[in-house]
Write a protein that binds this ligand. Structure first.
Ligand code: NAG
Ligand code: NAG
Ligand code: NAG
Ligand code: NAG
Length: 736
């Protein structure tokens, strides 16, 4: 861990080369404009046009010009590692990185992924994701992002992008905008109100643009009836004008629908370059874009702008300075000529460990202390007998679940399953292991009866809609554990009085049946931990490290409590408005089973000394547009702090959380919203101070009339605590 942070710090010093934001972009734009003068029309179009699916080694490739020293750009998935290449590291999914609530780990994971991308010659890594945000708890790709809360997702975007780009790869913030489900994603319209657009779905992309993300991927869906990749309102107005995004917009793969309109709407790069609706070989851009400029339907300045944005992003990252060649091909097994994995397994293990959320722990069931015998139950305890990569793009749920399915995946170099790691520990402890590694309830019951303690593994999977797994077309059909997980737990709980349930899941599952079993003493939520799954689990289950993950979403008592879910209509009117996840539960007085931000530790924490020092002027935030939005939005308005003490017997980490309630004058607003958090590592008896730095943006709502972020006048309520409901300190401040 020490080394990790040291190298992260060294990298962040290097970031200043371009991290100064506008200054870095200015220099990059100067170089891009000089290069542009040397390009002919075909070449300008070529750097904006993909060569077609499987036309180059990467999932996306552009045409290389000859007039300047600029490559065929290599664009490669995914948000959790480099897809279709090996060896690479299979990192924990975004949702686990979010569940750490740890800025330094988010950064370290991004930096390690970026190093692998660069080492392999990937110019643009297609991540991180904040769309879907996750308003639908059953949404198929929610796990690729960090959290359903825009503030936490925003921090996840910012830290990950900084880490990736400090390592030299261009990050790609995706999917812009409003792509909240897999069903009909290519035909449906997301009709989102202006306030919810800004305060929920756009928010994390502000962080991404502020972090100087090089590229943004527009999504498949329509917004208000217009395709995202053809929408002037979404690309030109929101992203480029309002957020001041200086980089380039690429289409999601085949999300472009017209040549001229997409160019005019602000699309800068078409991927993978072909038009799938027409006969093979037809394309929207390429020669057609040259012609569209010649016949005047696309201005020359628009084409020049596309090329300049793409070139500037390449210069911003210093990719003109001896960037490695592409060392693998996605289409022949992906074997790379270099090994880029370095010591990244330690980043994986740390993130996986610190993302584990302990949901329940009765009678000190955990940590385990050299148990005499342990039954390990469920197919989720072992690696798929056919290998961890047996199904293309992880499109099956066999064996332990460590990532979801779809394009947001990578090949496992290896996968340490829970049973593998527990066996190593059991050997040291002299613990007898009894195994039942199928999901058979009868075998489970007999194994459970033969041991002091039973650990039962269940899971729930989801992914991208081009693959259907066990009847789930991307989005989940329900919020139950798969493979009859409830029955599996019930049979174990009937045979053993001391049951620990471990959940590997893409998102919330309903736990009521499991909680109704008196023998279930502990529930461990391990999410999608990546290649070090078992080792991270052992670190926590045996108490080498106290659990410190916190839920990045709410776990409800029943699915209908969320008031949201994917649907089969071709229009989603986003009737949830601002009230998704905990905002909805709070507004409607619904008791969650486990609230947003919740997670237990092996130690206890005491909160004291809440200090509020905030001073802001009411009104809109103005000023020049910088990457991220109007400059004044990012002005400091003070801090809120709280003292946290470890009052227990063992070391642990606590995530202190700040929620703000806006003055009552702002109608129809969530009762409280996350606006700060800090994770503190504390020894027994040690005190630490969590300090939440606030900017004008954190106090603002989106004013639809004036089209500005506005700090309202009146009294704000401050809630500081261990979750969105476990509040340990309340305060107020007033803005005039
Ligand atoms: C533009 O440059 C390319 C070389 O990159 C060349 O093949 C092509 O003929 C040129 N096109 C025009 C119209 O001059
Ligand atoms: C979509 O329509 C709603 C309702 O008129 C509006 O508030 C919102 O700003 C529109 N979004 C876009 C991207 O135009
Ligand atoms: C210009 O060229 C483009 C690309 O071929 C074509 O789609 C468009 O209809 C043309 N417009 C005019 C006015 O000729
Ligand atoms: C928590 O801290 C406060 C303030 O220092 C103190 O009054 C209280 O007794 C502490 N509670 C525990 C359980 O240590």
């Amino acid at each position: 861990m020490q080394n990790l942070l040291v190298s992260a710090l060294a990298l962040s010093a290097a970031a200043d080369a371009y991290g100064a934001g506008a200054a870095g972009w200015d220099a990059a734009y100067s170089k891009a404009q000089a290069a542009l003068l040397k390009l002919n029309q075909t070449e300008k179009v070529g750097i904006a046009t993909g060569v077609g699916w499987e036309g180059g080694p990467c999932v996306g490739n552009t045409y290389a010009p000859s007039s300047i020293d600029y490559p065929s750009l290599c664009l490669q998935d995914s948000p959790l590692g480099i897809r279709y290449a090996n060896p690479v590291t299979a990192f924990p999914a975004g949702i686990n990185a979010g569940a750490t609530w740890d800025r330094s780990l988010l950064y370290a994971r991004g930096a390690a992924m970026g190093q692998e991308a660069k080492g392999l010659g990937v110019h643009v890594q297609l991540g991180p994701s904040a769309g879907p945000l996750g308003k639908n708890p059953d949404g198929g790709r929610n796990w690729e992002g960090f959290s359903v809360d825009p503030y936490l997702a925003g921090v996840g975007m910012e830290e990950t992008i900084q880490g990736m780009q400090d390592s030299g790869v261009q990050a790609c913030a995706k999917h812009w905008l409003g792509n909240e489900q897999e069903h009909n994603r290519e035909t449906m319209s997301s009709n989102i109100g202006d306030r919810a657009t800004h305060e929920l779905y756009l928010w994390p992309f502000m962080n991404a643009v502020k972090a100087n993300v090089a590229s943004v991927m527009c999504s498949y869906n329509k917004l208000n009836g217009t395709w995202a990749c053809e929408s002037d309102a979404v690309l030109n107005d929101l992203l480029k004008d309002e957020l001041g995004f200086p980089g380039y917009v690429m289409s999601d793969w085949n999300a472009q629908h017209t040549g001229v309109n997409s160019a005019l709407a602000g699309l800068d790069m078409t991927m993978p370059g072909s038009d799938f609706n027409k006969p093979p070989g037809s394309i929207f851009w390429g020669p057609n874009l040259v012609e569209a400029v010649t016949n005047g339907s696309v201005p020359q300045s628009r084409l020049d702008d596309m090329a300049t944005r793409i070139l500037a992003s390449w210069y911003l990252l210093g990719q003109d300075q001896g960037y490695p060649e592409v060392t693998f091909s996605s289409w022949n097994g992906g074997k790379a000529t270099v090994d880029v994995t370095a010591d990244h397994a330690s980043v994986v293990r740390t993130v996986a460990r610190d993302s584990i959320v302990l949901l329940k722990n009765q009678e000190h069931a955990l940590p385990l202390r050299k148990p005499k015998s342990l039954a390990i139950i469920g197919q989720d305890a072992i690696v798929n007998p056919d290998g961890p990569n047996a199904c293309v793009d992880r499109g099956c749920n066999t064996g332990t679940l460590a990532m979801g399915w779809g394009s947001g995946t990578a090949e496992f170099p290896y996968l340490i399953a829970p049973l593998d790691a527990i066996k190593v520990q059991a050997q040291k402890d002299g613990t007898k292991i009894v195994e039942s590694t199928t999901d058979s309830t009868t075998a489970a019951a007999s194994a459970a009866a033969a041991a002091d303690t039973a650990v039962v593994f269940i899971n729930a999977d989801a992914g991208e809609g081009y693959l259907t797994v066990e009847g789930n077309a991307g989005d989940r059909n329900n919020l139950d554990p798969w493979h009859n997980g409830n029955e599996l737990v019930k049979s174990v709980a009937a045979a053993n009085k001391n049951v620990i349930v471990v959940v590997h899941s893409v998102g919330p599952i309903i736990l009521e049946t499991i909680l109704a079993q008196p023998s279930v003493k502990a529930i461990v939520w391990a999410g999608l931990p990546g290649q070090e799954s078992g080792n991270a689990l052992v670190d926590v289950m045996y108490g080498t490290t106290s659990p410190s993950g916190k839920l990045p979403y709410t776990i409800a008592k029943q699915p209908s409590d969320y008031g949201a879910g994917w649907n089969s209509a071709l229009v989603d009117n986003f009737v949830e408005d601002l009230f998704i996840d905990y905002r909805h539960f709070d507004k409607n007085g619904i008791a969650p089973r486990y609230e947003f931000g919740y997670g237990l530790s092996y130690t206890t924490f005491n909160y004291s000394g809440l200090a509020v020092s905030v001073s802001a002027t009411a009104g809109p935030s103005n000023g020049p547009i910088v990457p991220g939005g109007a400059e004044e939005l990012f002005q400091s308005v003070g801090t809120i702090s709280v003292i946290v003490e470890n009052t227990g017997e063992v070391a642990g980490a606590e995530v202190a959380q700040l929620y703000l309630g806006l003055p009552d004058s702002v109608l129809s607003t969530p009762p409280k919203q996350l606006r700060g958090f800090q994770k503190l590592n504390l020894q027994p008896g040690e005190q630490g101070t969590a300090t939440f730095e606030l900017t004008r943006r954190d106090l603002s709502y989106w004013d639809v009339q004036t089209q500005k972020w506005v700090v309202p006048s009146g009294t704000f309520t401050v809630y500081v605590g261990a979750s969105s409901r476990d509040i340990h300190g309340e305060g107020k401040f007033t803005v005039a």
